[in-house]
Design a protein around this ligand. Structure first.
Ligand SMILES: Cc1cc2nc3c(=O)[nH]c(=O)nc-3n(C[C@H](O)[C@H](O)[C@H](O)COP(=O)(O)O)c2cc1C
Length: 453
């Protein structure tokens, strides 16, 4: 770890079920209120009360139509469908908070960088610099089909395009407008000095963007860059771009290896390896006592839906689980979907053979992340261990019931962690980057970031 304390993101989605299944049925669950902005305002207030860095919105394009084109399983069980656009929630959530950040997932495969750069500059303006861009390349065939492609691009092409995409964004965000371009001089009648606004003259294989950015510089200029590449190619992309990395490994060994590997790749690119922040996912199930927590866990585990979980996982991995017997071992494949999701159950722990049934049971509560069950002290112990011994910077808190998982965590675990000096009492700055790097005034992308080269 390179942070002075544990950083927290709420990992959520503008939908009913994200990386759990079946728990929309759990009494008290309010995930159906994802269409109600009041629900999200409450989430924002709670996360800020808990000192979270950000609410991190996952997002997908397409429907999980994964068993030979069957989308009914996903639709019936609310597997990331229905899902609304997360970006629209951010201005409202920013209005009721002062320091909380907002990470929005956007796909480099289905958006144009000139358009996306403008959208994120706008969000960075209206939030006073509290926005992050979770860069993804998208993995569902149905996204490709509905967004103008005959088939999904292969991984290599998706990441090549993403490299160029980020190059365009960097020039628009960082190089097009000088800091003092806007003069707002009433006497001379000059609002912006055209000499200080430059065309970027970008001509690449995928994009041609000749002109200047149409937004004036926002507080962070480049939003904080989040990424979660898990394949070899994806890890290179993360090392080139990410300031915060989402780790998706179910075992301690897997997390250690991933963090060490990414730090090495970053260093090889001239970056200070300690400047990357690592966030594994965790699913906290906490109760006033261990017994209460165990009872909650039993209910949640019972509500997991086998078919829905396999539909979710089939989307992540391209493995058609409907063809497989629950007792069958999951075999390793190379996939153009999310390689890390396959590796999690086939490679990360060489001593363990996962069967389809075991995978479905495990992944129904948080996909590839460990579930931590216990009293506030026990959960805090576990997080402290991961932070101090495994070397992560914080956690993506994944929800089982909404907003119950977040509330339990903020009301029970955060006070315990604060008592140990492990979660902030106050934010360092106003922008997300200042808070993520614990440094007031650090609003801009680091000088050793490869984007500058
Ligand atoms: C923890 C984690 C979270 C992710 N969240 C999203 C997401 O919200 N939306 C999305 O389209 N892809 C998401 N992805 C997919 C990746 O960002 C990436 O595009 C995909 O995994 C393919 O590359 P890879 O095989 O290198 O990981 C996520 C992956 C991981 C590991």
């Amino acid at each position: 770890m390179s942070s002075d304390y544990i950083h927290l993101n709420l990992f959520t989605m503008n939908s009913v079920e994200h990386v759990t299944t079946g728990n929309w049925r759990t009494p008290g669950d309010q995930s159906h209120r994802y269409t109600d902005v009041e629900y999200w305002l409450d989430v924002a207030r709670t996360a800020e009360r808990g000192g979270f860095d950000a609410v991190f919105f996952a997002d997908v394009r397409g429907i999980y139509d994964v068993f030979g084109g069957d989308s009914d399983t996903a639709i019936e069980n609310a597997v990331q469908t229905p899902a609304n656009d997360p970006q629209a929630l951010v201005p409202a959530m920013a209005t009721v908070t002062d320091n909380l950040g907002f990470a929005v997932t956007r796909s480099t495969t289905y958006v144009h960088p000139y358009q996306l750069a403008r959208e994120l500059s706008t969000l960075d303006h209206v939030t006073d610099g509290r926005v992050a861009f979770n860069i993804v390349t998208s993995y569902l065939e149905s996204a490709a089909r509905n967004l103008g492609l005959d088939e999904r691009m292969d991984r290599q092409t998706r990441y090549d395009r993403a490299d160029e995409f980020m190059d365009v964004c960097h020039r628009l965000w960082e190089e097009s407008w000088e800091d003092d371009a806007v003069v707002r001089d009433r006497e001379s009648g000059v609002y912006t000095d055209p000499e200080k606004v430059s065309d970027i003259d970008f001509e690449g294989e995928y994009f041609s963007v000749p002109d200047a950015h149409s937004c004036e510089p926002s507080p962070q200029r480049t939003p904080v860059l989040y990424q979660a590449g898990s394949s070899d190619r994806g890890r290179d992309f993360a090392a080139n771009n990410a300031e915060a990395v989402f780790v998706s490994q179910p075992t301690e060994e897997g997390v250690r290896d991933y963090v060490a590997d990414l730090r090495e790749r970053a260093e090889a690119r001239g970056r200070d390896p300690d400047e990357l922040r690592f966030f594994p996912g965790i699913v906290p199930v906490v109760g006033e006592t261990e017994d209460v927590a165990r009872e909650k866990y039993e209910t949640y585990a019972e509500n997991v839906d086998y078919e829905a979980t396999l539909a979710l996982l089939a989307g992540f991995t391209d493995i058609d689980f409907s063809e497989l017997d629950p007792d069958q071992k999951v075999e390793h494949i190379e996939t153009d979907a999310i390689q890390g999701a396959v590796n999690a159950f086939t490679q990360n722990d060489p001593d363990r053979d996962w069967t389809v049934g075991e995978v479905a049971e495990f992944a129904g509560l948080g996909s590839t992340s460990p579930v931590v069950v216990g009293s506030p002290e026990q959960v805090a112990d576990e997080l402290q261990y991961w932070y101090e011994e495994v070397g992560v910077d914080g956690f993506n808190v994944k929800e089982v019931v909404r907003p119950g998982t977040l509330r339990d965590f903020v009301d029970m675990v955060v006070p315990e962690l604060r008592e140990r000096g492990l979660v902030r009492d106050e934010y360092e700055g106003e922008t997300l980057r200042e808070n993520l790097f614990e440094e007031e005034g650090r609003t801009r992308l680091a000088a050793d970031h490869p984007a500058w080269n």
